[in-house]
Design a protein around this ligand. Structure first.
Ligand SMILES: [Fe+2]
Ligand SMILES: [Fe+2]
Length: 449
């Protein structure tokens, strides 16, 4: 039986530690390098390569992130990060002397071990070991003011969303490690900030509106799932499935859009076929992306009462991931309307969606959803009953109509009012559209974080 992946990581850590203590020729060092070598060769087998990476502080092996192991092997993570290493690729033909030289290079005392420098030249001599950084659409932003940084992060994420979707549409290979890395960045940057994302859409992004929607549904689904107590791995899987849920629609519309004139009935019928088509496309990626994306693509219009489409004959209710995505899908579609002419404020969305309780949406899930994001989500600009303007900073789960808000007008003093306990019964009167009346307060929306 093959050694566990975990043992390869442990082998690497041991070899690095031995490299720090002993010289290259020392038998103990050799012994540890040998163990690591044997474990790597065992795993290489018939493979083209093995990729070992660090993704936002977590250990990754090929297409999997090892959250628990990362905790246990913190020193390995830190060491590799300190070296500026995000990815090590081992190829067949790997030799013990190469591995030994590599570990020695990393652990050489008194040297700044940054791979940014010309030191990489030394690594070029190693034929079967490659070191590098992960490509990262949503990686660290460039230096600049907070607004620019935020927007750069948003654009990076959007670029990542469109790149991944375009790859699938073109039936190109998907780099799963890269995908997971980027979805993790999206999660860390925007978790719980759906309302704020809506404010980041600029004119430029409107050309990419489908990708904007898919990215936002992904963010919203991940935020909700983690509040529901999903494990981090499952949250990421859901984020990926959400990102791809409408891939069938993208495929169809790109064809239909090329056609001039009005859409015929059969073309509308084809649009209705997007769940099935999407799931078929995604089944082609089952080896890399797993089963959840095709399931969610297939089921996201089934509805809780199963009166949606496609028509299915089995009595099984939709997967919880599909129920979450369909909920977030509708929420984002309604919320995005707000960015344009039709104003659909958050309380109206809450009202509309509640009418579908038990029909389109699972009742318990819908209740929990609004309990988590509130009627007035974090980042909403609101007018209070006493005429002051404030930004929602925290949701009160006990009463979703009464969040904690920060006053920004007439004076932005940083005063926080908990509307649950507010004296004089100050409440939210209405939300101010960030594209309209609320625009002049936009600068305060992000001030809290
Ligand atoms: Fe859809
Ligand atoms: Fe959608």
């Amino acid at each position: 039986m093959k050694t566990d992946v975990k043992n390869v990581f442990i082998g690497l850590l041991n070899a690095i530690q031995a490299g720090k203590i002993y010289s290259e020729g020392h038998p103990t060092f050799k012994e540890f390098v040998d163990v690591l070598y044997r474990r790597l060769v065992e795993h290489l087998g018939e493979k083209r390569e093995i990729i070992l990476g660090i993704i936002e502080g977590e250990l990754a092996w090929e297409d999997e992130i090892y959250f628990e192991l990362s905790q246990r092997l913190k020193s390995l993570v830190e060491f590799l990060q300190e070296c500026g290493i995000n990815r090590i690729i081992f190829r067949p033909g790997l030799r013990p002397d190469e591995l030994s030289a590599f570990i020695t290079f990393l652990t050489r005392p008194g040297k700044r071990r940054s791979l940014e420098s010309q030191e990489t030249d030394e690594l070029q001599g190693l034929e079967n070991i490659h070191v590098g950084k992960l490509r990262a659409g949503a990686a660290r932003p460039a230096k600049g003011d907070a607004d620019r940084e935020r927007h750069a992060r948003y654009e990076g994420s959007l670029e990542f969303a469109s790149r991944s979707l375009t790859a699938v549409l073109n039936k190109e290979e998907v780099d799963f490690l890269d995908l997971r890395f980027n979805i993790l960045s999206v999660m860390e940057n925007f978790m719980g900030r759906h309302q704020e994302l809506l404010n980041l859409i600029s004119v430029k992004e409107k050309d990419l509106i489908t990708f904007v929607h898919l990215l936002h549904v992904s963010v919203l689904s991940m935020s909700f799932a983690s509040k529901l107590g999903f494990a981090k791995d499952d949250v990421l899987d859901l984020g990926i499935a959400a990102l791809f849920h409408d891939v069938g629609k993208l495929h169809i519309s790109s064809e239909i859009l090329k056609k001039e004139g009005k859409l015929a009935d059969d073309e509308f019928a084809r649009i209705k076929g997007h769940p099935l088509l999407g799931s078929m496309i995604l089944q082609g990626y089952q080896d890399t992306l797993g089963i959840l994306p095709p399931v969610v693509a297939f089921e996201h219009h089934l509805r809780f009462d199963r009166k949606g489409y496609p028509k299915v004959s089995y009595p099984r209710p939709p997967h919880v991931a599909s129920l979450i995505v369909s909920l977030c899908d509708v929420y984002d579609a309604l919320a995005q309307k707000r960015s344009y002419k039709t104003d659909c404020p958050p309380n109206k969305i809450h009202e509309i969606m509640n009418l579908e309780k038990g029909k389109l949406f699972d009742p318990a899930l819908l209740d929990r959803f609004f309990q988590v994001i509130g009627v007035w989500p974090i980042g909403t600009i609101v007018m209070l009953t006493d005429g002051r303007v404030a930004v929602v900073r925290e949701v009160n789960e006990q009463d979703i109509f009464k969040p904690k808000v920060e006053v920004v007008h007439p004076e932005a003093t940083g005063e926080i009012i908990d509307l649950l306990e507010a004296k004089e019964r100050v409440q939210v009167r209405e939300a101010l559209n960030p594209m309209g009346k609320g625009q002049k307060y936009l600068e305060h929306v992000f001030a809290g974080g």
